[in-house]
Design a protein around this ligand. Structure first.
Ligand code: TXA
Ligand code: MG
Length: 344
């Protein structure tokens, strides 16, 4: 199969993508967070292709993407008032809500769960595609399962060249980490995955929020978790990643003490001069956390190379979007963190 790339501003983009989706094919689609691998979310055969092409475990449900916030009622029921408030505040945008599913949502889309995750992405071309196809689009991040997510059309092509007919190229994703996921079937609501909408923003609307254990710690493969996707190894390059926490100078000292030929350093742009002899790669500026979230996955993909020994990574501190960056980096590092202030 030849994989075609059509720019988002090409007049054929919407028609071709919608045509492929209604025909039951997969399409690589841009969103403001990461690129998705989209299929007709109401068609079990089309949805099955997502699992096959990504190599995704069958028990990991998909997010259903809608074009307009009002469509939430078509696919969910018993919707609490708080969900409408969140939709009003953050949709279209990088927020996914877990709600009780209506029967119209096939079990394969939600991996057999009674709930479905819905999101209205802040991406004009993808919303136009969904409207034109007149179906909700089930889409995971377009990366091969376990690998860093896709934030450009080239990343999608790299992972799926010849396996899907079409990718819509909307340029690099602005947010760069996947959407925030909130489970609204519980009270208080539960944060299942941090993202572009921050815990602080959620609390301002909801009043209260529980942080799921899977956000902050490694989950055992056999543990029962709320977001099944959170227990799998994620975002991981081929080699081990070690987060080196602590003050800038102490971290550089620690890394220099342990650095071996073939290792790499993933750091902030401001730190590049400190690691001139350690083959450093910067993923953004510490002073602007949005550049870190936007650059993280491209950097992790660049470092996905089995000839690399280890990667020493620097991670931003604090809340807001930094909280999501910490979560992704910790998962990429399988929660291997050393504190340079105390470690030898
Ligand atoms: O930003 C995003 O959300 C991107 C773009 C393409 O929209 N999509 C994305 O999908 O990140 P994916 O499949 O990579 O991650 C979806 C996560 C998984 O961890 C999955 O377990 C969880 O959402 N999820 C989906 N449905 C769920 C449900 N009903 N209950 C709990 N967790 C659910
Ligand atoms: Mg994913």
């Amino acid at each position: 199969m030849h994989t075609q790339i059509i720019p988002a501003d090409d007049e054929l983009a919407v028609i071709s993508a919608a045509g492929n989706l209604t025909a039951g094919n997969l399409v690589g689609l841009p969103t403001e967070t990461v690129y998705g691998l989209g299929a007709n979310g109401l068609n079990p055969e089309a949805v099955a292709k997502i699992f096959e092409v990504k190599g995704r475990p069958q028990d990991n449900p998909l997010i259903l993407h809608i074009a307009d916030p009002e469509q939430m009622d078509m696919f969910c029921h018993n919707i609490p008032e708080s969900a409408y408030r969140l939709a009003e505040a953050f949709w279209p945008g990088p927020l996914t809500m877990v709600l009780p599913a209506k029967d119209i949502v096939p079990l394969s889309t939600r991996a057999g769960l009674p709930t479905v995750a819905v999101r209205c992405p802040d991406c004009d071309v993808t919303r136009r595609i969904i409207r034109h196809a007149n179906i909700p689009v089930a889409a995971p991040s377009a990366n091969i399962s376990g690998k860093p997510s896709t934030t450009t059309a080239e990343h999608v092509l790299h992972d799926h060249d010849g396996k899907i007919p079409l990718i819509i190229d909307g340029g690099a994703c602005a947010v760069g980490v996947e959407s925030t996921i909130v489970d609204l079937t519980e009270n208080p609501p539960r944060l299942l995955r941090p993202g572009g909408i921050t815990p602080e923003q959620l609390i301002a609307v909801l009043g209260d929020l529980v942080i799921d254990k899977a956000v902050t710690a490694q989950i055992d493969k056999d543990e029962v978790v709320k977001a099944p996707g959170m227990k799998y190894r994620h975002y991981a390059p081929a080699e081990p990643v070690i987060i080196v926490a602590g003050e800038r100078k102490k971290a550089a000292e620690y890394i220099h003490r342990h650095f071996e030929p073939g290792d790499r350093v993933l750091c902030f742009e401001e730190e590049l001069p400190l690691y001139a002899d350690c083959n450093p790669l910067s993923y953004g500026q510490e002073a602007d956390v949005n550049t870190l979230s936007a650059g993280l996955f491209a950097a992790l993909r660049e470092l996905d190379d089995s000839s690399i020994g280890k990667v020493y990574a620097r991670c931003p501190v604090g809340g807001g979007v930094a909280y999501a960056v910490q979560n992704r980096l910790k998962k990429a590092a399988a929660f291997h963190i050393v504190d340079a202030e105390v470690a030898l």
